[in-house]
Design a protein. Structure first.
Length: 446
C-alpha cells in the first residue's frame, strides 16, 4: 500500500507542475488550493521582482525626539520590493533568499513565481501603463509578509510595491511611536517616489506604471496607516496616547489639521485594510471616520484580540459613512486572518532566546493559511478590479446575494446551470465559502 501511494504521488507530481514544485520546495508563497475561489488563480502575466532603496529626506527622527524640543531630522531609508509583469517567466521557481522571520534571527528562503530582475513587459498598445498597488506590513513585519498577494496581483497586470517600514521590521523594531507617525507618511511617500521613477529616463519603471490608478493594502499597523491615508484623521485622545510618541507629535495626523489634509491623494482609488489596529484604542471618532471618501474593504477575523472586532474593525466599517465600504469577516479567525504568508517550515522551531515559535506570527488556530490567502487574493482582485481598474465584471464578485455564506444555497442542475433558488457566492464552488461573511454599504447620499 505504501509503494502504491508513493507511486500515485509521483505520477501526480509529474502530471501537475504545481504539485511537483510543492514537493521540491518548502516555503512556497504561490500556492492555489483546488478549492480556491475563481479569482484567486494567477493571471496571464509572467512576473519579475526587484529591490529598490528609497530615501525620504529630512524627516522627523521620532526615536530621538524629546518633548518640548525641536525634533531632529534625518533621511529615512525604505527598502521596497517591486513586482511587475515581465517578458518571460524564469525557468526555475523564483527564490527570495535571506528573508528574516519574526524572531529577528532566523533567515529563510521563500519560493514563488517572480524572476529576479526580469525584463519588464510593457502593456499592450492602447492599454496604457499598469495600475499600481502599495502593500504595507504590520508591526513588526517586513516587505515579504504579504508577498503571496503581491505576486498574485502582479500576474494580473499590476505593479506592486511592498515597503520595509524603518523602525518597524523584524530587523530594526523600534519604539511604537515611530510606527504611529510614519506609517501613513511612508505610504504616501512611496506613491510619490514610484510616480517619480515612472517618469525617469532609463529606469525600469519608466512608462510601466500608472500611479493615477493606485490601490493601497495595509495589514495591522499597515491597516492603521491605510485608514489614515484614506482620510480618517485621528482623535485628540490618540494624540495624547502614551506609546513612545513625544507629547503632541501625532497631531500631524489630527482630524481637520492641514498636515492630515495634505495626505489625501486622489490617485488612490481603493484601500484594503486588513485587521487595522487603532479603533479599539479610540484612535478615531465619527468626525475622523467621516473623512474617508475612498472606497475601502475591511478584512478581519471575528476573534481578533489585537485590533478588536466588535469594538475595532466593525466600528470602523459602520463609521465609514462617506465611502463605499465592505467588511469581509473570517468567522472565528484571529489577528492573522488572510494577510500573512504560510508559516515557513523554519518558523515551526523555537529559536534560542525566544518564548514562542515564530509560527504563531503567521498561522491561525482555526483557518488554513493558504485557504485564507486564496480568499484574500480573490476579493482583492475583485475590489481592486472594481475601483482601480474600473472592471465591472471583476467587481461583480463583490455583490454576494447573501451576506453570511453559511446561509447561502447552492442549487445547480445536472448540466451545471443554476436553479432560481441558487444564492451561493459567485466564484465559489459548493461548500467552499463556509465561514465567511461579506457585508457592504454604499456611501451615504449627500
Amino acid at each position: 500500500m505504501r509503494r502504491a501511494a508513493l507511486a500515485t504521488l509521483i505520477m501526480c507530481a509529474v502530471a501537475s507542475p504545481s504539485i511537483a514544485q510543492t514537493m521540491s520546495h518548502n516555503n512556497r508563497i504561490d500556492l492555489i488550493r483546488p478549492d480556491a475561489p475563481a479569482l484567486a488563480k494567477h493571471g496571464e502575466h509572467a512576473i519579475g521582482v526587484r529591490s529598490i532603496e528609497a530615501i525620504n529626506k529630512n524627516q522627523i527622527d521620532v526615536l530621538k525626539a524629546v518633548a518640548g524640543q525641536e525634533p531632529p531630522r534625518y533621511d529615512r531609508r525604505l527598502m521596497l520590493e517591486v513586482w511587475y509583469p515581465a517578458e518571460t517567466q524564469g525557468s526555475q521557481p523564483g527564490a527570495y533568499p535571506g528573508v528574516l522571520l519574526r524572531d529577528g534571527k532566523t533567515q529563510v528562503t521563500l519560493y514563488g513565481k517572480a524572476a529576479r530582475d526580469a525584463a519588464p513587459k510593457r502593456a499592450a498598445a492602447g492599454q496604457g501603463a499598469y495600475p499600481f498597488v502599495i502593500i504595507s506590513h504590520g508591526y513588526p513585519g517586513n516587505r515579504f509578509l504579504l508577498s503571496h498577494l503581491a505576486e498574485n496581483l502582479a500576474t494580473k497586470g499590476y505593479v506592486v510595491a511592498a515597503i520595509d517600514h524603518t523602525d518597524s521590521t523584524y530587523a530594526d523594531q523600534g519604539k511604537f511611536g515611530s510606527t504611529l507617525i510614519n506609517r501613513s507618511l511612508d505610504q504616501t511617500f512611496v506613491l510619490n517616489e514610484i510616480d517619480r521613477l515612472s517618469k525617469e529616463s532609463g529606469h525600469f519603471l519608466n512608462g510601466l506604471v500608472d500611479t493615477s490608478r493606485t490601490g493601497l493594502i495595509g495589514y495591522s499597523m499597515g491597516g492603521y496607516g491605510a485608514v489614515i491615508t484614506a482620510g480618517a484623521g485621528v482623535s485628540k485622545e490618540a494624540v495624547a496616547y502614551d506609546a513612545g510618541v513625544p507629547q503632541g507629535m501625532l497631531s500631524v495626523h489630527l482630524a481637520g489639521s492641514e498636515t492630515h489634509k495634505k495626505l489625501r491623494d486622489e490617485r488612490i482609488k481603493g484601500v484594503i485594510a486588513i485587521a487595522p489596529w487603532g479603533m479599539q484604542r479610540g484612535f478615531w471618532n465619527q468626525e475622523g471616520l467621516s473623512g474617508i471618501t475612498t472606497p475601502i474593504l475591511y478584512v478581519a477575523g471575528s476573534k481578533d484580540d489585537v485590533s478588536g472586532y466588535e469594538n475595532g474593525v466593525r466600528v470602523l466599517y459602520t463609521g465609514t459613512v462617506n465611502a463605499d465600504r465592505y467588511l469581509l469577516t473570517f468567522e472565528d479567525a484571529n489577528h492573522n486572518a488572510a494577510a500573512p504568508i504560510p508559516a515557513p517550515v523554519e518558523s515551526w522551531q523555537m529559536a534560542e532566546g525566544v518564548t514562542s515559535p515564530p509560527f504563531n506570527h503567521y498561522a491561525d488556530a482555526v483557518w488554513d493559511t493558504v485557504r485564507m490567502n486564496n480568499i484574500a487574493q480573490h476579493f482583492a482582485t475583485a475590489f481592486l478590479g472594481r475601483y482601480v481598474k474600473a472592471d465591472a465584471e471583476l467587481g461583480s464578485y463583490l455583490d454576494v446575494p447573501v451576506e453570511r455564506a453559511n446561509d447561502a444555497v447552492f442549487a445547480a442542475n445536472k448540466d451545471g446551470t443554476l436553479k432560481p433558488e441558487h444564492t451561493y457566492w459567485k466564484g465559489f464552488a459548493n461548500r467552499t465559502a463556509l465561514g465567511l461573511v461579506l457585508e457592504r454599504k454604499a456611501r451615504a447620499a449627500n
